[in-house]
Design a protein. Sequence first.
Lengths: 295, 404
Amino acid sequence: MSMILGVPAAVLFGQLLLGIINGAFYALLSLGLAVIFGLLKIINFAHGAMYMLGAMVTVIMFDAMGINYWVALVLAPLVVGCFGVLLEYFLLRRITGQDHIYSLLLTFGVALMIQGILTNIFGVSGMRYSMPEIFQGGFKLDFMFLPYYRAWVIFMALLVCFGTWFMIEKTKLGSYLRAGTEDAQLMQGFGINVPLLISLTYGFGVMIAAFAGVLAAPIYSVNPVMGSNILIVVFAVVVIGGMGSIAGAIITGLLMGVIEGFTKVFYPEFSSAVIFLVMVVVLLIRPSGLFGKEA
Amino acid sequence: MTIMKKLLTTAIASAMMVGSAQADISDNTVKIGYLADMSGTYRDLAGPNGLKALEMAIADFGGKVNGAKIEVVSADDRNNPDSSSSTVRRWLENENVDLVAGMVASSVTIAVTKLLEENDGLGIVSGSAASSITNEHCTPNHIHYVYDTYPLANGTAKAVVQEGGKEWFILTADYAFGHALEGDVSRVVEENGGKVIKTARHPFPTSDFSSYILQAQSSGADVVALANAGSDTTNAITTAGEFGLTQSGQTLAALLLFLTDVHALGVNSAQGIQLTTGWYWDMNEEARKWADRFMEETGVRPTMVHAGIYSSTMQYLNAVKATGSDDTQTVRKQMMDTPINDMFATNGRIREDGRMVHDMYLAQVKTPEESENEWDLYKIVRTIPGDEAYRPLSESKCSLVTKN
């Protein structure tokens, strides 16, 4: 077997693939953040909580009403998305135009409250959720065993990422959105309901996070603190990609998953820090991020 | 006349004794500070329910010992040694806390015990695992009550090596507890003719273990051992199942599993896993009776940590009662002199290094067919006598032992 830096090449192929899978999660989560920041200029610290809510709602709906995975894949993001719309309407709207720090603090406070309430009710040990029958087993590749479900995660994540990018950058609805956030008054003048557009955009960003939560439910421990661990990493991804850049968030998410994956082989102790090291280096060289437009 | 004199002296003497007993309990209050993870990864194994267990013990004393009021304060350690140190410093220096109980993350405990030694306070550690707490980090000011990494290794690792698992891959949580467990396991594996071929240290906490599971699979080891705890362990077990680790002939050994972890995994995912525990709620009549009381209070079954908190608080309060004092060294000596026989331990005893030595149990998670309800999770495979389970004093690096 050929070796690369003392590690069998086959192991590295496996890690590359796993890195892409983890990167797909980062991409999904940072995509939602980038949409919300890029269009609404809100720093959404509640994003991790929304991801967690997506997973928790999936498990709770299954336990209480027997709602299966496939239905949850659509229904849970909708439920959490509606919650996001309410949050925007009742709270975030009131601080429009203020400094970014206000939205950061407000969403962070909301996240802590959601997390605290659910911790009191459900504890932190995690809730059981079993993998749908159809995903039992996996592909036996030359270099690793790839569970069907992980393949499904890559497929769905890339589909949603591409769809979102396409909708915002290439469709008429997307152009309204971008225009509405550039110059709300002018758009109002054209007869477009900008406040509604903004509520829906926030709801949409939250939906993507919740969707990532549903994808995570069968493979990760579902508990009220699962979002707080991943949030900081995802923020680093967005900063590296360039705040607000949608394509940047997707590409950087995948890239960081791969870099982190390789670090886990060569120097696992450093794997939680490597993304932040990359962030420091990128900010020193390109302060607006890899794909950022503003100087 | 002589009778009068005798009576008088007796009366004066007894009055003095009563007086001195009261004077020996500082500000006529026994104050207990409960420090534990109340909101993070280790919340369920100790956390708010541990505080309930502590309060159950106080309630059994009627809220008073020798006429002195028993008070409780509590704080969230947030798994953070720095913020926990400032809390405990405040407790000891400004709030006259006599006993610090709970204590979960080993890194927090090691920081707190140093403060206890500086201020001559007393600590009873129920949640932490690192065996170094009563070895190189021992102090005359704390007791380690429930379990530690030494018997975890001695129980589970020994059993697995003897069943033929010779080559080991150890996946370790990268902090004090993980390192201690990795060290203890490596020693047991090698003493029993096995070999550790690779270790990987993962950051605490980690949610995605697929990368490590893949490394474990390609290492060719017979046994993949998890030297971590809480959601790290449950995540790793779930991922191992997903990637077919055991189907390909490797054995998965979880070195520290709490009842709450197994409950979260469910018997379908966890069946057959061997583990070492200091106590199990269904292990005998006395344990069951106390577990029923606990369930009435909390709605869940207690972990070994919950039971240990109750038992150790009872031992502490009994020692205060017997000596009429809340002075640290007086109470600690009384606790060392009193064998522990209760719902938690049989013939338990506290050694000079602060280690409470009691029987440990090798358990196996039941199959879905065997398990009758959601908390019916373990069968006890073997009782490991305390002296065999814990590090013998002859191997101790504790300064309290070596200077004698």
